[in-house]
Design a protein around this ligand. Structure first.
Ligand SMILES: Nc1nc2c(ncn2[C@@H]2O[C@H](COP(=O)(O)OP(=O)(O)OP(=O)(O)O)[C@@H](O)[C@H]2O)c(=O)[nH]1
Ligand SMILES: [Mg+2]
Length: 617
């Protein structure tokens, strides 16, 4: 097959490369509002105005051709044709922010100096216009010696012109070498960039004053942090408050399905497999879709509005206090969705020790797989009570669990930076994006993606694990009068583990649930649901949710210890595998497994014994 010419999107972080990539290729990719989202190679196809196909790659944002991180090195190597496994690009699209020309043109000049066929996408002109700036694209094209196309990536404006401009330079005779090659040293480059920006941009007298006023509050070290905390607090309250009804519908749906299947099939192994294994297992996890979507609705809104980078900015000082670089904030933030993309996003951290520390603490951020576990246990053991001022106790406990993960991570970072990953903290550079109203379409795409990821996981990983677990719980079959769960293969394994976890308040069922939860944390919920459903002969149990099956079965200290265990325990084999891949050794994944399990055990133990001492049993 003839390979289509390669076109690379390059530019400063947050210039809008990924948004342009989406607009050109139609591929749906996450569009974040902070620098450094793009870590992997993202490619897609589109055709030029004359119908020729080209392949487009979206490269990580970079400030210059002198890479500071492995991530930026990829960008340099691709555009210079040195990246292994990548053909040299036939053309590059340099994306610049029209409202921030003097900064962005420095890198653009460097790139143009490479002599590749180049088009400059003058992006975010809508934002520049809003701020009262006018940029003369023609004058800019004359100054730079390459075509300049004004674009608004998120509104798909200028996309046609971009395809036409690319058609004009790809495969055409290379442009004649220009007289003035860009200056070699960075200071001179910056000076030239400023000069060009000055002659092509008209600035109004006053601008961004409202934005500056807002930032004075939101970035205030005290008021800003208080607002951030309040926002997070509202977010966790909403996770419980808004999800009740939709969760009820999903529960009713799965309950009805179980009853319907139980009615059509004769009692026996097959019926048990489908009802107790598959439907109960998958259903007990899918029920948390509404809560996950509420959480992500908040996260996506905060990202798209431009607030998230400000949160990173606020956290920077705190992070420096424990020896982490501010750059660690974004990988850690991604880890709230899942530690895997979070750990991969650490490639943007240049200092190896900084990066390793961030990788090691990323699993402590509360990933979305923990949410089902938290929600079930909170639902079953924490009363849905109002603690005053309209604040729900359940949301408060959830907030506390997230906070415990964060505080635990900061403490771990503090200790790691003084021992195994000793070294100086790196520096932080981040541009604050402008505020804007989130685009509902972008938010919707983000939510659909999350829902899809979650359901796919439920339909594959969780389904398989539930089935295996059911097998291990059903065989060998117990003789009359003996407990099936105790007699089963899984029950026997649990009996071996039980003495180890007994001191921290765990019972046989918990010992049984935490083993399959190594595959994925949510399986713990499915496991508990299946255990209690197999144990009981009562048909009515089918119509109960896991929360209902559990409520009142454990003493409160046990439930709290179980929650604490899940804050810390490294119960996710995929995360361990990614740490192995990203650190290229077995040493660090094993270290992470070890320290996290020890932490989990100690934290759960302390919780259990304190709760006992308080007489909460
Ligand atoms: N108003 C407006 N917003 C834009 C435009 N292009 C991108 N954005 C927004 O700017 C933010 C950053 O865009 P991205 O496409 O993620 O930027 P990027 O260059 O890929 O950033 P990195 O991958 O971090 O280097 C997102 O919130 C986009 O929605 C535009 O033309 N106008
Ligand atoms: Mg990007």
């Amino acid at each position: 097959m003839n390979q289509a010419p390669l076109v690379a999107l390059v530019g400063n972080p947050n210039a809008g490369k990924s948004a342009l990539f989406n607009a050109l290729t139609g591929a749906r990719q996450k569009v974040g509002n902070y620098p450094g989202v793009t870590v992997e190679r993202k490619s897609g196809r589109f055709s030029l105005d004359d119908g020729r196909p080209v392949e487009l790659v979206d490269l990580p944002g970079t400030y210059s051709l002198d890479p500071a991180s492995p991530d930026e090195a990829v960008t340099r190597d691709v555009v210079t044709g040195h990246q292994t496994g990548e053909r040299p690009p036939a053309a590059i699209v340099v994306v610049v922010d029209a409202g921030n020309l003097d900064n962005h043109l420095r890198f653009a000049l460097q790139l143009i100096g490479l002599g590749l066929p180049t088009v400059v996408a003058l992006n975010m002109i809508d934002m520049a216009e809003r701020d009262g700036l006018t940029v003369d694209a023609e004058a800019l094209a004359r100054e730079l010696g390459v075509p300049v196309v004004p674009t608004v990536a998120v509104r798909r404006r200028g996309i046609e012109d971009l395809r036409v401009a690319l058609g004009g330079i790809i495969g055409a005779t290379p442009p004649a070498p220009r007289g003035d090659t860009p200056p070699a040293d960075l200071v001179a480059l910056q000076r030239r960039a400023r000069a060009i920006a000055a002659v092509t941009t008209t600035k109004p007298e006053v601008h961004r004053s409202l934005e500056e006023k807002i930032d004075r509050v939101l970035l205030h070290p005290v008021a800003g942090l208080a607002i951030l905390l309040a926002l997070l607090f509202v977010m966790f309250q909403a996770v419980f408050a808004w999800s009740e009804a939709p969760i009820g519908w999903i529960e009713d749906g799965f309950g009805a399905l179980q009853v319907a299947v139980a009615d059509t099939l004769a009692p026996g192994i097959l019926r048990s497999l489908i009802v107790d294994g598959l439907i109960a297992g998958v259903g007990s996890v899918v029920v948390f879709l509404p809560q996950i979507l509420i959480l992500f609705l908040f996260i996506l809104l905060l990202e798209a509005s431009g607030y998230m980078v400000r949160a990173a900015f606020l956290m920077d000082k705190l992070m420096a206090g424990v020896g982490l670089s501010g750059r660690a904030f974004i990988p850690l933030l991604s880890s709230f969705a899942c530690a895997i993309p979070g750990i991969m996003a650490t490639r943007t951290i240049d200092d190896p020790k900084d990066r390793l520390t961030t990788i090691l603490i990323a699993p402590l951020m509360t990933c979305s797989a923990r949410l089902p576990v938290y929600a079930v246990i909170i639902g079953a053991f924490i009363p849905a009570r109002d603690v005053g001022y309209g604040i729900g106790l359940q949301g408060l406990v959830l907030f506390g669990l997230y906070l415990t993960g964060i505080v635990g991570a900061m403490l771990a970072a503090f200790l790691l930076r003084r021992t195994v990953t000793r070294g100086a903290a790196g520096t932080f550079m981040m541009e604050l994006p402008r505020y804007q109203w989130p685009d509902p379409r972008d938010i919707l795409i983000g939510l659909v993606q999350r829902a899809w990821l979650f359901l796919r996981r439920a339909g594959t990983l969780i389904l398989t694990a539930s089935m295996l677990l059911w097998l291990l719980l059903t065989f060998p079959q117990a003789p009359e009068g003996q407990s099936q769960v105790e007699y089963s293969a899984a029950g026997r394994v649990a009996s071996v583990i039980e003495p180890v976890v007994r001191p921290i308040g765990f019972n046989h069922e918990i010992a049984l649930a935490i083993i399959p939860a190594m595959a994925a944390r949510e399986v713990a919920v499915a496991a508990l649901g299946t255990v209690y459903s197999i144990e009981s002969d009562d048909e009515a149990v089918l119509e109960q949710s896991v929360t209902e099956r559990l409520s009142g079965r454990w003493p409160l200290p046990t439930a709290l210890a179980f929650l604490m265990w899940f804050v810390f325990a490294p119960q996710c084999l995929s995360t361990i595998a990614v740490i192995r891949r990203e650190t290229n050794s077995w040493r660090w994944p094993l270290f992470a497994l070890g320290y996290l399990f020890v932490l989990a055990y100690v934290a759960a133990g302390i919780t259990y014994w304190s709760a006992m001492a308080l007489g909460w049993a």
